[in-house]
Design a protein around this ligand. Sequence first.
Ligand code: GLU
Ligand code: ZN
Length: 306
Amino acid sequence: MIKNTTSVLGYRGRFAPSPTGELHFGSLIAAVGSYLDAKSHDGEWLVRIEDLDKPREVLGASYKILKSLEALGMEWDHEVIYQDQRKDIYENVLTMFNKRKLIYPCTCTRKEISNSSIAGISGQIYAGTCRNNIQKDGYLGAVRIKTNNNIIEFKDTLHGLINQNLQNETGDFILRRSDKIYAYQLAVVVDDSAQGITNVVRGADLLDSTPRQIYLQKLLGYSTPTYTHLPVAVNNNGEKLSKQTKAAHLDISSPVKQLMQAVNFLGQEPPIELQRENIMSFWEWAFVNWNLEKIHKKRIIRLPTR
Ligand code: GLU
Ligand code: ZN
């Protein structure tokens, strides 16, 4: 399905939105940051729709996201891929992990988990209650991967060295939920590798997920891309902009204005006159002037109220 899987020589980046709503200022940051970093390296930029979580998907959102990217003058290389069409591939990875005795079914209820766990960096640290369960055909419950006591370390382009001990900080994490939905952590690793992604540029809300992804990459013998985690825009209440916090859709009738706001947020300093130019002139300026050093090295930035 994905024809061009080799990263050959060059840079290959991606934008991987979840179709839980239309593009908004928060997701625009990840789109623009990943696009500019790819294009300023003469690289390719791919779009992948992360539509595994069907209960959270909004009908028509994928289409609208792609239309908005087009309206903003952002062109992707190669076909868009949809994770929903790749479930067999994720299942094969689970089968392989099962043969290596790396995964197990977890039948704990939510209540059992909250009674036996302590709070970790992202959710509860699973206590490993079901570790000795054996995975048989026709899974029961969620599928978890065994973690260990090693330190996973990587260097983020903006945030420097980050390390995590998965056993202590996340515990054995879920690769497939009990409702049979493959977890983001699994799918993102499989697809970044399948698409030959060399550079991941995304929001810093995913910084703490990266060690889990590197752990899976190592188990699968994949290479680890370079990671750059951009600041995340939060509203006045400190909440990430999202559909849940009622972030406004982008007004794509004024694309250059939106793009100017996005690059400003990313610390770039576009000349004010650019606002009157067309999309092409905006991108010309942005490709040449994109400078990672100017991006704020913060995890979150509060947006001024408008
Ligand atoms: N689909 C994820 C999101 O929209 C992003 C995944 C990623 O960039 O790794 O939050
Ligand atoms: Zn369990």
